[in-house]
Design a protein around this ligand. Structure first.
Ligand SMILES: Cc1ncc(COP(=O)(O)O)c(C=O)c1O
Length: 511
């Protein structure tokens, strides 16, 4: 039976530049023996004493080799992936061209959320990065929409200008000036959420083969956009101070890569909640300046700070030294379903983004934009955001104390972000968050497993716990259920909890 071994890009040189190799092997011993015999240079990189070494991660049909029983029969297996086990520095493979169309990338975060949403039993959702029901209701969207339609008539439901409603562009420009970014309405494009702003910016700046520096773990949807446009993301580890810029510099030196673009979420990052420290903001700008890179600053959580003081935006610190495209959103502080976000950029970049948007949706929802404008005109936005902070702060405190109570005496750890929607929870080494997810669904609680936020299956023993949408009481209940699921996984009682595979975030021939 033929087994395909796929090599991550950094290993290919050791196999004469080949990305895939074929072997006739029925178990690991025969596979490693054949690698040693046919590809000694590769063997030197991936094997120690005849077995896969700790410096590589190996996946057998998507399952981490460490979780497979010794002597596993490989006859029914098809694909083995071998990746360098670096902390950071994982490099995505270039897009392959397939007969039935291009390979495309989506988000495993969204897939996990769909699985959680399909549950018929009562489930506490720590999976979605959405405002709470109370926050959504607080807007009074029905009344707001009615007012807009009554006042503006059919125009509220007609097509709009591609760049965005002129009044909204002016409002956003004013907000941006408050964030230290010198700009006028002509520097703003209103988009279908921050996601479209990111995708448009990527289309403007990235050519196939360009290197992108990205966080690890990262906001997968943005990294999928980079990959769909042919960028090669290089992962840079994130710690409590956000992206480790010194590690990025070392990676650049080691790989000789010249990053065209850096994607960074500076405040309360998705998924870890980490904030890029001021010193690192300066270092990042210096790094980008040295390499002529564009910085894509994605900042949807900025206004949701619960402790500490605001840090200056990267765009404001960079001034003219580096090209920074700043992306914002009304999703986290207003109504995500309206799909209203924006980008701030020089006028020529806005013109190119506008042309691209014309081939996508022509204009952002007129009704949605006008509802945002109306909310500002009624002078409600600042008070609304101010009311959200204590509510989410309470949710965060509740989640932290529930974790401390329920997971006392275990080696599970978590962080204490200063804002945002997320906590990053680390499971004991070797425990698969994907496996825990399957058992957790049975217990009635959902989160997003950590490998949704990494390239090549990284962060498999961590999870993102979003505390924004459940009520404080449901948070207590959800963490209790999580502990029950954890105990079942820990004791090996997860026979019914087969690891949930999604359709995968990588699709071939789909649109
Ligand atoms: C870091 C980050 N950027 C962008 C988005 C997308 O926001 P929008 O709904 O405005 O497209 C999200 C949503 O989860 C996010 O976490």
């Amino acid at each position: 039976m033929s087994l395909t071994v796929r090599l991550a890009s950094p290993l290919r040189a050791a196999a004469g530049g080949q990305a895939t190799l074929s072997f006739d092997a029925t178990d690991l011993t025969s596979l490693t023996a054949q690698i040693a015999e046919r590809h000694p240079e590769l063997a030197a990189r991936v094997l120690r004493e005849g077995a896969f070494g700790p410096f590589v991660n190996v996946f057998v049909d998507g399952e981490d080799l460490r979780f497979l029983a010794e002597g596993t029969d490989l006859t029914a297996k098809r694909v083995i992936e071998i990746l360098p086990a670096m902390s950071g520095g994982a490099v995505a493979e270039p897009i392959a061209t397939l007969a039935q169309g291009r390979e495309v990338f989506g988000s495993f975060i969204d897939e996990t959320i769909s699985i959680a949403a399909r549950q018929t039993r009562d489930t506490v959702l720590f999976a979605v990065g959405s405002p709470s029901r109370a926050a959504l209701e607080r807007v009074g969207a029905g009344e707001l929409a009615r007012t807009v339609i009554e006042r503006d008539g059919p125009a509220a439901l007609g097509y709009g200008v591609t760049e965005g409603d002129p009044e909204l562009r002016a409002i956003v420009a004013n907000e941006m000036s408050n964030r230290g970014i010198a700009c006028g309405a002509e520097n703003i494009i209103v988009t279908a959420g921050a996601l479209q702003a990111i995708d448009l910016a990527v289309r403007v700046f990235v050519q196939p083969g360009d290197v992108a520096l990205v966080e690890s773990p990262h906001f997968t949807n943005a990294i999928a956009s980079l990959r769909n446009h042919g960028a090669l993301p290089i992962e840079v580890p994130v710690d409590d101070e956000g992206m480790d810029v010194a590690a990025a510099a070392r990676l650049i030196e080691r790989t000789g890569a010249r990053p065209r673009i850096v994607f960074v979420v500076p405040n309360f990052q998705n998924p870890t909640g980490a904030t890029l420290s001021l010193a690192r903001r300066h270092e990042l700008i210096e790094l980008a300046e040295r390499h002529g890179s564009v910085i894509l600053e994605d900042d949807p959580y900025r206004q949701l700070r619960y402790r500490g003081s605001d840090l200056p935006t990267i765009a404001s610190v960079a001034g003219d030294r580096v090209q920074v495209i700043y992306c914002g959103s009304f999703s986290k502080v207003f109504l995500p379903g309206l799909r209203v976000g924006w980008a701030v950029a020089p006028v020529d970049v806005i013109a190119r983004m506008t042309a691209l948007k014309q081939t996508m949706d022509s204009s952002t929802s007129s009704l949605g934009q006008r509802m945002v404008v109306r909310f500002y005109r009624e002078d409600r936005m600042a008070a609304h955001v101010a009311a959200l902070r204590p509510a989410y702060r309470e949710n965060q405190a509740r989640a932290l104390s529930a974790l401390a109570r329920e997971f006392a005496g275990t080696s599970v750890t978590w962080n204490h972000p200063e804002g945002g929607f997320y906590l990053w929870v680390r499971l004991p080494r070797g425990m698969s968050a994907r496996r825990l997810f399957a058992v957790a669904l049975e217990e009635g609680v959902a989160f997003v497993p950590g490998d949704a936020f990494g390239l090549n299956g990284g962060h498999g023993s961590a999870l993102r716990l979003s505390f924004s949408s459940p009520t404080p009481e449901r948070i207590d209940e959800g963490v209790r259920r999580l502990r029950r699921a954890f105990d079942r996984c820990d004791s090996g009682d997860h026979a019914t909890g087969a690891e949930i595979g999604t359709t995968g975030s990588r699709l071939a021939g789909a649109t």
